[in-house]
Design a protein. Structure first.
Length: 320
């Protein structure tokens, strides 16, 4: 009787231990200890219902095993796997964002390295200004006649003569000559901007932003040429007198020169890309013939190249 009681006691004491051992073995088959997956890549396990727990497959998963859904149906295990999966996703998103941020930093460094070269731009603008005043004093007797008198007093009178839209010049000078002048000064800006000179005509924001800056440069240059200390108003006193019922200084020149001039600049960009680059230069083989077409179809670009002491047919983005 005592032996039977001892056996029964041992059996009753051993049953929970055996059950716990079985539970632990079942959970250990999912590499889990105390509700926590032991493998760091638990988020990559594949769950195939009906497969024995821990069965090795012919095409093993990343962990080497496939596991049944029933083997990991405990809430702590699922919650832990979900948290680890979320961490992996967040980590991949962080890596992606880091790459994007790195690209943005790289782009910003490139933008910062692209400069506008003031000294050559001012020198080239000064050369063009000297050419214009040289032509005026050589070809226009009225300019030479107005060189006498007090410089600052006569300059002030000429500036105060600015009024109206139409001056005493003809249509060709106002609506052909001045726009060409504005296109040339805008091209000087483009040629001396590391960013602007690489842009081709198109929908790019960089292209249109660079041409807007060229228009501002052209407007400043035009204002100086009309009214500044080295201007028509100061050298030749244009605006101090009237001719043909109009003031010789009007607002039209200050508006037409930069706005229509930028239009001419953009038109030359369009012609350069679609007519020259994509058509004529693909059909022609002669280097000098291609250069001749560039000079004729893009006159202000060619002139701006000469001001840089470069061949007139030169292009920033391609060779002949």
């Amino acid at each position: 009787m005592k032996i039977e009681l001892i056996v029964l006691t041992l059996f009753l004491l051993g049953t929970p231990t055996f059950a716990r051992t079985q539970d632990r073995q079942l959970v250990d088959g999912v590499p889990v200890h105390n509700g926590v997956p032991e493998r760091p890549d638990a988020s990559e396990f594949r769950y195939n219902a009906g497969k024995p727990v821990g069965e090795r497959t012919s095409k093993p998963s990343h962990a080497g095993y496939q596991f049944t859904e029933s083997a990991i149906d405990s809430k702590p295990v699922l919650e832990n796997i979900r948290s680890r999966t979320k961490f992996v996703i967040l980590d991949s998103e962080f890596s992606k964002n880091s790459k994007e941020d790195g690209q943005k930093v790289s782009d910003s460094k490139i933008d910062q390295s692209e400069k506008f070269h003031w000294k050559p731009a001012l020198i080239q603008s000064g050369i063009f200004l000297g050419i214009q005043h040289g032509v005026r004093m050589t070809a226009e007797g009225k300019t030479r006649r107005e060189l006498d008198g007090k410089f600052f007093k006569d300059w002030g009178k000429a500036v105060r003569g600015l009024r109206g839209w139409q001056d005493s010049d003809g249509v060709f000078i106002n609506y052909a000559g001045h726009p060409l002048q504005g296109a040339l000064t805008g091209r000087i800006f483009v040629n001396n901007s590391d960013s602007a000179k690489k842009q081709e005509f198109g929908k790019s924001k960089k292209y249109w932003r660079s041409r807007a800056k060229a228009m501002i440069w052209s407007a400043a240059w035009s204002a100086q040429f009309e009214l500044g200390p080295l201007s028509e108003a100061s050298i030749g006193n244009v605006g101090m007198r009237e001719r043909n019922g109009h003031s010789t200084m009007a607002w039209g020149d200050l508006v037409v020169t930069p706005i229509l001039g930028t239009g001419v600049l953009i038109l030359e960009d369009l012609v350069d890309k679609y007519t020259l680059k994509n058509w004529i230069e693909k059909k022609l083989k002669g280097k000098y013939l291609k250069g001749a077409f560039r000079i004729v179809l893009n006159p202000t670009t060619s002139f701006a190249n000469v001001l840089q002491a470069k061949p007139p047919s030169r292009r920033q983005t391609r060779k002949l």
